[in-house]
Design a protein around this ligand. Structure first.
Ligand code: UFG
Length: 345
């Protein structure tokens, strides 16, 4: 299939591009590089030995999006493009709603005009909110989000599903849509080559890039956000999934989306939680030295526990995460130690 990735130069997009190419698909990438680098796409080409059609554009720019989609006429769109920092979204809600909602609306308009019918969307476990006790299953109702970023994912899921329902009735739609919503848990790690990985701008918000940057000497120490939770070691638990497992989940989802219609939701996680301190210890083993940390106060908006029930993806897509915490830490360290300053080496 010819698969177009919006935001395909970013962390999850670039790893997914590798897996799609390795599975025999052709890949095109649209990215505005607002939080990514074209170097990531060059490295995807290096890893796979195949070329990627690369377009620099904001997918909310309808004229440009139409031009690119008309040229590519993809069998499937995987929509990664979006702003993704929880903390930043609280400071800049308007920018988050404008950007994330606009890109999805524009894509849907273009798909309707061009008769494109298959879309896989990057959603997040954040849509479960804090209304449920893990493991989270896809049948659970969406919850109350704790920040604007989460609400944008919540709303984009709703918009895609509403468009799917309308498309079944015909009207302006040439074909019924096939929508696959992928709810990611905590993507971490890197491609095993160490050529691509996570390269956050500025101070990392997320745990794993922060630990990696402490380990490589870019930051002094990690602050663990609270050790007074009701968990065995007092720190929060998450479902950390290797980004290459996640990437392979997208291949299965895109292949599943083709040739059907409807909306289907899948959790992409491992089903196994680890605490913050367990991650710090596993990383110390992988890098061969202690990762310095101190215990700080809780971070506002954090839920104590989040992990998936990952059985639906296994049953329906035949996909399950294969890589464990050792591979996660080994590959994250391999990337960080080879690229201490990310793509700006
Ligand atoms: N943590 C620290 N110190 C840090 C960073 C994180 O102790 O410097 C802790 C957090 O408190 C949390 C855990 O590490 O307990 C994981 O935090 P992350 O920021 O890495 O991940 P979150 O689970 O908070 O966020 C992730 C995704 C979001 C998504 C959210 C909810 O990054 O996109 O899950 O599903 F919205």
């Amino acid at each position: 299939m010819n698969i177009l990735l919006t935001g395909g130069a970013g962390y999850i997009g670039s790893h997914t591009a590798v897996s799609l190419i390795e599975a025999g698909h052709d890949v095109a990438v649209v990215d505005d590089y607002s939080n990514s680098s074209d170097e990531a796409v060059k490295r995807v080409e290096k890893i796979t030995g195949r070329s990627v059609n690369l377009y620099e554009a904001d997918v909310a720019d309808k004229k440009k999006a139409m031009e690119i989609l008309k040229k590519e006429m993809p069998d499937c769109i995987i929509h990664f493009a979006g702003l993704k920092s929880v903390g930043e979204s609280i400071e800049k809600p308007i920018e988050y709603y404008r950007n994330n909602i606009d890109t999805t609306l524009t894509l849907l308009e273009c798909m309707r005009e061009l008769g494109l019918s298959n879309i896989v969307f990057s959603s997040s476990a954040t849509v479960y909110g804090d209304d449920h006790t893990p493991p989270f299953t896809e049948e659970m109702s969406k919850g109350m989000c704790t920040n604007p970023y989460g609400w944008t994912k919540w709303m984009q899921e709703q918009m895609l599903d509403d468009a799917q329902t309308a498309s079944e009735k015909g009207g302006d739609w040439k074909k019924p849509l096939s929508v696959v919503l992928l709810r990611y848990f905590n993507p971490v790690g890197a491609h095993e080559s160490g050529l691509i990985g996570e390269d956050p701008q500025g101070i990392p918000n997320n745990l794993m890039p922060y630990i990696s940057q402490v380990a490589v000497g870019r930051r002094e120490k990690l602050t663990v956000f609270g050790d007074d939770y009701d968990t065995p070691d007092g720190t929060c638990r998450r479902d950390y999934i290797h980004v290459m497992d996640l990437a392979e989940g997208h291949v299965a989802a895109a292949e599943y989306a083709a040739g059907r219609s409807g909306t289907e939701i899948f959790n992409l996680g491992t089903g196994t939680p680890y605490s913050v301190l367990e991650m710090v210890n596993a990383f110390s083993k992988a890098c061969g030295h202690e990762v310095a940390y101190e215990i700080g106060p809780r971070r506002a908006g954090d839920v104590q526990d989040s992990w998936s029930d990952a059985t639906k993806a296994e049953k329906v897509l035949g996909w399950a995460a294969k890589r464990g915490i050792e591979e996660i830490c080994r590959d994250a360290w391999n990337w960080q130690s080879q690229n201490p300053n990310g793509y700006n080496n």
